[in-house]
Ligand binder design. Structure first.
Ligand code: NDP
Length: 263
């Protein structure tokens, strides 16, 4: 039996085990998916091989550490330096990123998006900003601290911290910070969030499984919103295809992964 896992800190909230196990069970694929609470990202590679994993997902805050741990990085992950999916290919650790495509899938229903504000500048923000710029979307980034903004400046995004933020009009604002994940914090000070929400058509939060204070405020202003569930589904389907080496039909993977959301 093949063993897969998700690494993160925190990781107890992750729905990935349910999603992947639902696919394996219904499609009779001989595999099992578990979760590993990893506090030290530098131990990722040795833990992966010590557990005898065939593949894994990586979540907050280890996606950049996962990139560094790989023997080879493929596709979009190479461009962004952020890995969320790991495959054991003959004892070598191969890294991919399925977050950005998962997110593009999630926002399809919002129609044409030309201007986006990303809150946060971590691994998820990097993947999304790169993909948005690739799609020709004007992308701004607002982060608590300035250190992580260099990557986004190089990409051509308008970059701000809380103290120098200049508001514009957005089609979509995306929260990629972990504010609200295990606390009740907003991704930026209240006055800034008020101003931002008054200048956007749509809101998305990467966090799923709970209504974050940010999403709650957006809903209170009757803005069309979504949490991170569709993004989770999109990235999960793409990761599962890699786990099973494309042996299962994408439509079947999507069907049984979606079903796990009803559990
Ligand atoms: P990282 O640790 O790489 O980045 C976290 C970012 O959040 C940083 O920019 C950090 O700012 C900011 N931040 C953290 N706490 C606060 C706070 N209290 N106030 C304001 N900013 C804060 O995380 P990831 O990019 O890997 O993940 C981010 C979130 O996205 C997580 O909640 C994760 O669960 C979710 N996610 C969901 C997915 C899905 O499928 N739905 C997929 C991927 C991620 P600073 O630089 O100042 O420290």
């Amino acid at each position: 039996m093949k063993l897969f896992a998700i690494f993160g800190d925190p990781v107890a909230h992750s729905r990935s085990p349910l999603m992947h196990n639902s696919v394996f069970k219904h499609l009779k694929y001989n595999a099992c998916y578990t979760r590993v609470h990893l506090t030290d990202g530098s131990k990722l590679k040795e833990t992966f091989f010590a557990l005898g994993l065939s593949g894994a997902n990586v979540t907050v805050p280890h996606k950049e550490a996962a990139y560094a741990a790989c023997d080879e990085v493929r596709g979009f992950a190479k461009k962004v330096g952020v890995v969320n999916t790991l495959i054991n290919e003959n004892g070598k650790l191969i890294g991919y990123n399925t977050d950005a495509d998962g997110f593009m899938f999630a926002i399809k229903e919002f129609g044409e998006i030309k201007n986006i504000l990303i809150l946060g500048a971590g691994g998820t923000a990097k993947a999304l900003a790169s993909r948005f710029m690739q799609e020709g979307i004007n992308t701004s980034v607002l982060n608590r601290s300035p250190e992580r903004l260099a990557y986004f400046k190089e990409l051509g995004c308008d970059c701000f911290t809380w103290s120098d933020f200049k508001i514009a009009s957005y089609d979509l604002v995306v929260n990629t910070t972990s504010a609200g994940l295990k606390d009740e914090e907003l991704p930026a000070p209240l006055a800034l969030i008020e101003e931002i929400l008054d200048n956007t058509s749509f809101v998305a939060d990467a966090i799923y499984g709970k209504v974050t204070p940010f999403l709650k405020m957006a809903k209170g202003k009757n803005i069309i919103c979504k949490d991170g569930a569709d993004m989770l589904l999109g990235q999960g389907v793409l990761a599962n295809e890699l786990f099973v080496n494309h042996e299962l039909k994408t439509s079947d993977i999507k069907l049984y992964m979606s079903k796990s959301f009803e559990l």
